[in-house]
Ligand binder design. Structure first.
Ligand SMILES: [Zn+2]
Ligand SMILES: [Zn+2]
Length: 253
């Protein structure tokens, strides 16, 4: 399995791309950076998109992506997400006001994108991969994903405050190679983390005590302007598994 980190920042700035992972060149998890990180040819190669939730930093390149692939694909790209997330896309994004409704373009029978509802804890098998959504604890309905092939697995929690289930799943995954989770705001902004359902480094440190596996823990979603404060606080957790996830890095298992 090949995992490419297209973007992993909690904000957008020069050199800071929003959330997006690409697996085996064909499956995208979240769409915060598809069009900045990939060539048009690479974008046309993306066949499945699994979204974690509706927040803009996880979906914002979908309009430009659909325009790029329009007319270049033989089958619609399937966008899979919770019903609430798909509903938000239909109502607020692909609504002909902010962007054309590519779920009926060029025609309802042969659209550019297809919406497909996912169910937490159900395993989706496609192109040699198995993807399982697991509900996490965020401001809007949100899932993390376990992604595996026959041999290896990684888990991406997406945006989440304190949560248990995805750690139970991680602990029941013997072939886990990487666990990715977030730290969004400095410890001084605990109130903001509470209000927006994110983690501070202190909260992250407590969360990681639930993870039993000795695997790398990639931290993502740092607020760019707060990095100088966040980095020492993440280091202070004192967990040797913890490292920052890097934009552009690739994992191969
Ligand atoms: Zn979010
Ligand atoms: Zn986010």
């Amino acid at each position: 399995m090949e995992l490419r980190i297209l973007g992993c920042s909690g904000g957008e700035a020069e050199g800071e791309r929003l959330t997006g992972l690409l697996v085996n060149r064909i499956l995208a998890v979240d769409a915060g950076s598809l069009t900045q990180a990939l060539t048009v040819e690479e974008q046309i190669g993306v066949r499945h998109i699994f979204l974690t939730h509706s927040h803009l930093d996880h979906i914002c390149t979908l309009p430009f992506f659909t325009k790029n692939i329009f007319g270049h694909t033989h089958a619609p790209v399937r966008i899979r997400a919770l019903p609430e997330t798909l509903d938000a896309l239909r109502r607020h994004l692909f609504n002909d006001e902010l962007w054309p409704d590519f779920s009926v373009i060029p025609s309802p029978d042969d659209p550019t994108i297809l919406y497909s509802e996912i169910e937490p804890e159900r395993c989706y098998e496609l192109d040699g991969l198995r993807i399982t959504p697991i509900r996490v604890n965020h401001l809007v309905p949100c899932v993390g994903y376990k992604v595996e092939d026959g041999k290896d697995a990684f888990i991406f929690t997406s945006d989440t405050a304190e949560t248990d289930r995805i750690y139970e799943v991680a602990n029941a995954t013997p072939n886990l190679r990487l666990f990715v989770t977030e730290a969004s705001f400095p410890n001084e902004q605990d109130w903001l983390a509470e209000a927006s359902k994110h983690l501070t480094p202190a909260k992250l440190g407590r969360e990681l005590k639930k993870l039993k596996a000795d695997v790398p823990v990639g931290i993502y979603h740092l607020t760019p302007g707060d990095k100088p404060v966040l980095l020492p606080q993440i280091q202070a957790i004192g967990d040797p598994r913890v490292r920052l996830l890097k934009q552009g890095e690739r994992f191969a298992w």
